[in-house]
Design a protein around this ligand. Structure first.
Ligand code: SAM
Length: 227
């Protein structure tokens, strides 16, 4: 399965997506991440991709032609939906991420789909993109929170990260996401506190129940500490 990211700042993705779990998942060919520079599709001089807004106002708007052409080209490689990141979009949640991951791997969680299956992720900049792109080729608008970032690149990385870690084989321990915050197992609540060595740190002790060896008591304690 693949994520195709469309951006005018492709270098932003070099560091984050090439580290740790996501790096390993790509090396294991469980996921593919392809970053495309929208600017290369611009037919204007100096590869311009923005212009002043009709009706006036501050800021620039991303022009439709290069985005349209970029999406058209990428659709030949990826048959998935086009998601545009925008503060006005539907809020991305853990439950939403589960649904996106399920779309890629199927309900059983075992069968991998073809490599043409995935998502096309469009990152805006400036005041955003020309609305006609949303009308013509965007399938969904997603927000990562009620605040405004300078671009859609962090939202795209957030999407790739939270969806990928739900795909079987991406995390070291297959089931380790099952008890995360907002998971079904934790009744969509925030998870319980974690402790590791040392047993006492700056006079703060690890709760005794965690040394009891009694799994029922530990589970009960953890359930009581969900928020
Ligand atoms: N004028 C827009 C508004 O008021 O909603 C803000 C544009 S923002 C400066 C530039 C780009 O960043 C957006 O087109 C979008 O792709 C991305 N962006 C900013 N905040 C976001 C958020 N909370 N969720 C998803 N994308 C966001």
């Amino acid at each position: 399965m693949r994520f195709d990211i469309l951006t005018i700042f492709p270098k932003i993705f070099d560091s984050y997506l090439d580290q740790s779990i996501l790096k390993r998942a790509q090396a294991k060919k469980i996921i593919e991440i392809h970053v495309h520079d929208i600017r290369t599709y611009s037919k204007q001089s100096h590869k311009k991709v923005d212009d002043i807004p009709y009706g006036g106002g501050a800021g620039m708007v991303m022009t439709p032609e290069p985005i349209y052409d970029a999406i058209k080209a990428v659709k030949k490689l990826n048959k998935g939906r086009v998601i545009y990141f925008s503060p006005r979009g539907d809020l991305l949640t853990q439950q939403g991420a589960e649904k996106y991951a399920e779309e890629l791997v199927g309900k059983s969680g075992k069968k991998f789909s073809t490599s043409k299956k995935g998502f096309i992720l469009l990152c805006g900049r400036y005041e955003g993109i020309d609305e006609r792109i949303i009308d013509l080729v965007v399938d969904e608008e997603l927000s990562i929170g009620k605040y405004v970032l300078t671009g859609g690149e962090i939202p795209a990385m957030t999407f790739v990260d939270c969806v990928s870690r739900l795909i079987p084989g991406v995390l070291g321990k297959e089931e380790s996401h099952l008890n995360d915050s907002f998971s079904k197992a934790l009744k969509r609540k925030k998870e319980y506190p974690h402790y590791t060595r040392p047993r006492v740190f700056k006079n703060k002790k690890v709760p005794d129940v965690l040394f009891s060896g009694n799994h029922k008591d530990i589970e009960q304690w953890r359930n009581q500490h969900l928020k």
